[in-house]
Design a protein around this ligand. Structure first.
Ligand code: ADP
Length: 510
């Protein structure tokens, strides 16, 4: 095993990797931007090195500087986390050329899966079913129309270099195609510097089901079952679970074998994920392979009982996987909610500010993978995902009840978050039945994002508002304490947590 690893990331995933290293007895080196000088990942690592100003293009994305830091501090490996440099083939290659280990797949595998059109060609050659469509960028609108007519409308235009849902356009009729192609090209050029756009059949009402893959350097490639990630907004995942209500053991085995075939075709090593669309008839289609650890990896860890990040490090260090495929059957049910600094009742507008109070849920089956603490400043430089709340329970119904309980325990004051939205989803009868598709959230957005006042909170907030008003009238103070009393942040007025609660529920002016 390595003796020292540089963690080329920030936020919750940096902490996640640091924790995995600590348990393996590996020393860690954090890197940070000026905006993150007081971030938890900086404090938790054994060493920390400032790498630049707040914009990630001048700090977390400056690969050469990170490699130079790793060499200077004597780290043997770099873990890229997700996002940032994790899927840049040039970075994986530069790390290797510098005599260090990239904790991820070989640069060649990242390249093979990096372009959607190249990945589709590779998948087809490996006998993997892909969404019907073409495998090269279209020349012009006439060619696009001709191709679309062979598959039938609706079709989906996609950027070959795409990611994060950018450069995608649904086209429902022939006369909309030329304009949609133009705007998809423009968006792709701006986002990726590459305006190649191809075309897929648009699948109506499918689920997003992905398969976790784990491969070592000695030829073993295993799959760790599926994650269902259909609760999406603008093609971005919000809630993930494992297993999926739509996947039988037989389908799991088939999709798993397909994912393993795709990984083998790419010469894959380390942890990766094959994403599929699963239609209502049980047909599945390969979308793409993500060549890194995913945000939603904890749900797989909980139902399969292993630490994926530790295995990433072990495999990168050359260890053999000691498992066989038959060792992996999901146990119980896990759900993850992404806690973001976005305001659901205001179109998911990013919210910024200081987290002045944070209370984390606990108890049986609750896991918090976060990168924030009371006092953290949430700005606009980085991704709005602050943390992931994950639960594990014997059944899906119990997991939903547990998630709801954990969300009610969670308090984040000072900024708006997605917490209330997740509570509404947990209460939704269709979600509870598992009757969801990738369009489900968008179709129910209005009902799921209205401000939420659960009875309990409103009662407590009403008491808080009365106490605060009374204290103001008499010039006294409300002291915190007693069962259920929110504790005030250190150094502030003792009653400010009460006041904040009353304000949040709209019972006191801001
Ligand atoms: P990106 O890399 O930009 O995230 P993906 O190919 O992974 O793009 O697709 C993102 C999401 O878009 C999927 O999870 C799914 O919700 C939707 N999607 C992609 N392809 C199709 C398709 N052919 N038909 C219907 N929905 C699709």
């Amino acid at each position: 095993m390595f003796s020292k690893v540089l963690v080329a990331n920030r936020g919750e995933i940096a902490l996640r990797v640091i924790r995995a290293c600590q348990e393996l007895g590996v020393r860690t080196v954090a890197v940070y931007s000026e905006a993150d000088a007081h971030a938890p990942h900086v404090r938790e690592a054994d060493e920390a090195v400032l790498v630049g100003p707040p914009p990630s293009s001048q700090s977390y994305l400056v690969g050469e500087r990170l490699i130079e830091v790793a060499q200077r501090v004597g780290a043997e490996a770099i873990h890229p986390g997700y996002g940032f440099l994790s899927e840049r083939a040039w970075f994986a290659r530069a790390v290797r050329d510098a005599g260090l280990v990239f904790v991820g797949p070989p640069a060649e595998a990242i390249e093979a899966m990096g372009s959607k059109t190249a990945a589709r060609q590779l998948a087809i050659a490996a006998g993997v079913p892909v969404v019907p469509g073409n495998t090269e960028g279209v020349k012009d609108a006439d060619e696009a129309i001709a191709i679309a007519e062979t598959y039938g409308f609706p079709v989906l235009l996609k950027a070959a270099a795409g990611g994060g849902g950018k450069g995608m356009r649904i086209v429902r009729a022939k006369d909309e195609l030329a304009a949609a192609l133009e705007s998809a090209r423009r968006e792709a050029r701006n986002a990726f510097g590459d305006d190649a756009v191809y075309l897929e059949k648009y699948i109506e009402g499918p689920r997003h089901v992905e398969i976790q893959v784990l491969a070592d350097q000695h030829g073993t490639v295993l799959h760790l079952g599926e994650r269902e990630c259909s609760v999406q907004r603008r093609h971005q995942k919000m809630i993930e679970e494992a297993p999926s209500v739509a996947v039988t053991p037989e389908l799991r085995a088939r999709m798993g074998a397909t994912a393993v075939a795709a990984a083998r075709a790419a010469g894959y090593v380390n942890a990766g994920t094959c994403e599929f669309l699963l239609d209502r008839d049980g047909q599945y289609y390969f979308l793409e392979m993500n060549t890194r650890i995913q945000v939603e990896h904890p749900v797989t860890e909980l139902v399969m009982g292993l630490d994926l990040v530790q295995w990433q490090l072990r495999v990168a260090a050359g260890e053999k996987l000691p498992f066989a495929q038959k060792d992996f059957t999901p146990r119980g049910w896990a759900i993850e909610c992404r806690i973001t600094s976005e305001d659901p009742s205001n179109g998911f507008l990013p919210s910024t500010g200081r987290i002045d109070y944070l209370h984390l849920p606990g108890g049986p089956g609750v896991r918090w993978d976060g990168g924030i603490e009371a006092g953290s400043e949430v700005g606009l430089h980085y991704d709005p995902m602050l943390a992931k709340l994950i639960v594990h329970a014997p059944t899906r119904a119990l997991a939903i009840a547990r998630m709801k309980r954990a969300l009610l325990e969670l308090t984040i004051d000072g900024i708006e978050t997605s917490r209330g939205f997740h509570l509404r989803v947990m209460d939704d009868p269709e979600f509870q039945r598992g009757d969801i598709s990738i369009q489900w959230l968008e179709q129910h957005l209005g009902a799921l994002t209205a401000p939420r006042h659960d009875a309990e909170t409103v009662r407590v907030a009403a008491i808080a508002a009365a106490l605060v008003a009374d204290a103001e009238r008499t010039g006294g103070r409300v002291s915190s304490g007693g069962p259920g009393a929110p504790s005030a942040p250190a150094g502030s007025e003792p009653m400010s947590a009460w006041a904040a609660l009353a304000r949040r529920e709209g019972l006191r002016p801001a």
